[in-house]
Design a protein around this ligand. Structure first.
Ligand SMILES: Cc1ncc(COP(=O)(O)O)c(C=O)c1O
Length: 387
């Protein structure tokens, strides 16, 4: 029989995150620091808006681009938060999570053979998304000594005549790093100098602790070459509703809209109604969750540092990314043994690319009690396996 599976699919390994979840799910008494989603349920008033929409019988498709009320709400939200201005009719598209928006963006701008630069460690979908779109991912390492902020000079060295775009994701999964304005402005200058598109995944934009989030398209001259990707999953604890958006210049957005029309048609209707409520009345809940994440962040970072797992201070998202170099284990060995010996699930750093080796990702989207118990178990583990 001929090879059935297309090369672009064979070229991509299964996600290194799920592998650990699947094993952990079969064991008792496991504390999971592996999960990349809020442990909160969606605020009740947002759920209620979705339920009422279903009860009113709003069970059909919406317009392909998403409900205009939602796009209008989003346009004001982005203008209020970041001073960026998007036309709800032509420059905003409602998608099935940032996941869909990311793939639409890549399918729309990447020609076969184009190179897309990605700072690493990075979210697991970036490389596969580029490969599925026929492009070539070009990895640039974001180093711990630079607070995991990617440096423009390092990006510039990776630029070739084939480079089409840079794909950045800050606040970052898995490191928790936030880019400051100065560093982002240097990347913006490169984008202008080499005429590149910037895909900016800002799904964690609301989850920053004591530092501002700088929206990439708010930088001078950047709105014309940025595809801004955002969503509801993390800020409003709405992962299961599957709702995100893309904001981009009208021409790019029209291309993405075309792909979205043929692949998805529209995002779920009840989820769109719930998202309108989230934008209108969700701010208190965002602030409350942020406050709780921040408390946990302080506990986990301090705890990891005190048990011999040096940890850069994350200022965004809900991940800590400590070094495991005080043991002689690889990140996979560390994660596997920690799971079997101490029943704590973390994600090996190499799941986020080779640059993540020597680290593990610990999510603090879990209760303080569990974080403290996990730290105790990890201390026993590091004592046993320390060099
Ligand atoms: C950096 C990043 N981008 C995108 C996504 C996908 O989010 P969504 O639920 O909106 O598809 C995630 C989910 O973990 C993520 O961490």
């Amino acid at each position: 029989m001929k090879e059935v599976i297309a090369q672009r699919v064979r070229a991509v390994p299964p996600s290194g995150i799920r592998k650990f979840f699947d094993v952990a799910a079969t064991m008792d008494d496991v504390i999971s620091l592996g999960i990349g989603e809020p442990d909160f349920t969606t605020p009740q008033h947002i759920c209620q808006a979705g339920i009422l929409s279903l009860q009113r019988g709003e069970t059909s498709y919406t317009c392909n681009a998403g409900m205009i009320e939602l796009r209008e709400g989003l346009a004001s939200h982005l203008a209020d938060l970041y001073g960026v201005h998007y036309d709800p009719a032509e420059e905003l598209l409602i998608t099935v999570g940032v996941s869909e928006a990311l793939h639409l963006a890549l399918l729309t701008v990447v020609e076969p053979g184009d190179e897309v630069i990605i700072p690493e460690p990075c979210f697991v979908s970036y490389k596969p998304g580029i490969i599925f779109a026929g492009g070539t991912p070009v990895v640039v390492e974001a180093k711990v000594e630079n607070g995991f902020q990617i440096r423009a000079g390092e990006i510039e060295r990776a630029i070739t005549p084939k480079t089409k775009a840079i794909l950045i994701g800050y606040p970052n999964n898995p490191t928790g790093a936030v880019m400051d304005r100065e560093r982002l402005t240097e990347i913006a200058s490169l984008a202008e100098k080499y005429d590149l598109i910037v895909l900016s995944d800002e799904i964690y934009d609301r989850l920053v602790y004591g530092v501002p989030h700088v929206c990439f398209s708010s930088l001078p001259n950047m709105s014309e070459r940025t595809i801004l990707l955002g969503g509801f999953s993390k800020s409003y604890a709405m992962t299961g509703w599957r709702l995100g958006y893309a904001a981009a210049p009208a021409e790019i957005l029209a291309g993405m809209h075309k792909v979205h029309q043929y692949i998805i048609m529209c995002a779920p209707t009840a989820a769109q109604v719930a998202a309108i409520e989230a934008l209108r009345n969700g701010e208190d809940a965002v602030q409350e969750m942020l406050h709780q994440y921040d408390q946990r962040r302080r506990v986990i970072v301090q705890g990891l540092n005190s048990i011999g797992m040096p940890c850069f201070e994350p200022r965004g998202a809900f991940y800590a990314f400590p070094s495991i170099r005080n043991t002689s284990l690889s990140s996979e060995e560390f994660s596997e043994r920690l799971l079997f010996e101490q029943k704590v699930a973390v994600v090996p750093g190499n799941a986020f690319g080779d640059s993540g080796e020597g680290f593990v990702r610990c999510s603090y989207a879990t209760s303080l009690v569990d974080i403290e118990e996990a730290l105790g178990r990890m201390e026993d583990f590091t004592k046993k396996h320390g060099k």
